[in-house]
Design a protein around this ligand. Structure first.
Ligand code: AQP
Length: 333
């Protein structure tokens, strides 16, 4: 059995893209792998977070994992800062990774924008911490959305360089990304060329997992489309980003192939399709949102899941960190 590690940042506005690209797959993979699912609170503070909100958002993400069907007793659900071995390994990786590699990370370039002098050092170093999140467990597979592909390649580069630098070719595994489903990159409902994202200032750009039926209906009704009827071939759809995005969302939620959905709605009016998409989205997301709301009212229970998960995660991470320290040449107590 392989081992999975994946994480989600507690930065608020958990959305349909996070669900279809990552969280839904967490539950689907749990029978075939040993899984560790992490709320990456240390990644979140690479940009300013209000402390009270950070704590609430950490519980929100843990609730989403549970509501999506991850079994917190069988699998390990925890928050990153409760397992200090992540940050300890990250320091070593900061010394393995090269400035040039980090400078090529497109997410850093996008998030830093033109104001590079004023972003945190943590934002730049974040992919090395992500590599540590994965490799502190020697995880073999990481389910993520497509936007994380480049960071996973960096994780592989760090593993290879560490293995070479210390002449231990099999020390860290070369982790494989698991990117699958009909919606590996869900786009904004306001602009089919931009990723759906937590930090988009417009709430109409995304469907949040905690949205109720009315909010979902309103957002889909207002979703941007073009003036033509629905595409009648996959090639036609792919040339029309807004339509393509909605078709991909429908296919993913219905567990169908996109070309089957294209065929079903070919040449129809968008209004008709949007009604069907709303019904489907409410049916699939409604119960998850309701379960999240229920869990968020019981912080004691969620905190218990995180504490228990952190203990079990540390039991795996501590001996691996010890092995790394010895390999590097650090004296041990
Ligand atoms: N639009 C998306 N489509 C598919 N998958 C997505 N993911 C994120 N956006 C989409 C996947 O969700 C997981 C958790 O993401 P994250 O919280 O670590 O951070 P992110 O990728 O930075 O998410 P956002 O929503 O885009 O946040 P902001 O706005 O803060 O940058 C990951 O597996 C990711 O691939």
């Amino acid at each position: 059995k392989g081992r999975i590690l994946s994480g989600v940042q507690p930065t608020g506005n958990l959305h349909l893209g996070n669900y279809l690209g990552a969280i839904r797959n967490f539950a689907r993979l749990q029978n075939d792998y040993e899984c560790l699912y992490c709320v990456v609170d240390q990644h979140a503070i690479t940009v300013w977070q209000d402390p009270a909100q950070l704590a609430a958002q950490t519980r929100e993400i843990a609730s989403a994992f549970l509501a999506a069907g991850v079994d917190g007793n069988k699998q390990i659900i925890f928050n990153q800062s409760m397992v200090p071995e992540h940050a300890q390994l990250a320091w070593i990786f900061n010394c393995v990774a090269r400035m040039g590699w980090m400078s090529r990370m497109t997410q850093f370039k996008e998030k830093a924008g033109k104001d590079r002098e004023n972003v945190s050092l943590g934002l730049f170093a974040y992919p090395a911490l992500m590599a540590a999140d994965i490799l502190i467990y020697k995880a073999t597979h990481v389910p993520v959305g497509e936007d994380q592909k480049q960071h996973l390649e960096l994780t592989r580069d760090i593993a290879i360089k560490f293995n070479n630098d210390f002449s231990q070719p099999d020390f860290f595994p070369i982790t494989e990304p698991l990117i699958f489903g009909a919606a590996t990159r869900v786009m904004s409902l306001r602009d089919g060329t931009k990723k759906m994202s937590k930090s988009d200032p417009s709430d109409y750009s995304r469907i949040n997992l905690t949205d109720d039926a009315d909010a979902i209906a309103q957002k889909i009704r207002r979703a941007k489309t073009d003036p033509l009827p629905m595409p009648d071939t996959l090639e036609d759809a792919e040339k029309r980003p807004d339509a393509d995005n909605l078709l991909g969302i429908y296919a993913a939620l219905a567990d169908q192939e996109k070309d089957a959905v294209v065929a079903q709605f070919a040449g129809r009016q968008f209004s008709e399709f949007k009604t069907a998409l709303t019904e489907l989205a409410v049916a699939k997301l409604g119960p998850i949102g309701a379960e999240m709301q229920r869990l968020m009212k019981d912080p004691g229970h969620v905190d218990g899941v995180l504490r228990n998960g952190a203990q079990r995660a540390r039991a795996i991470a501590a001996p691996i960190l010890d092995e790394v320290y010895r390999t590097v040449g650090f004296l041990r107590p």
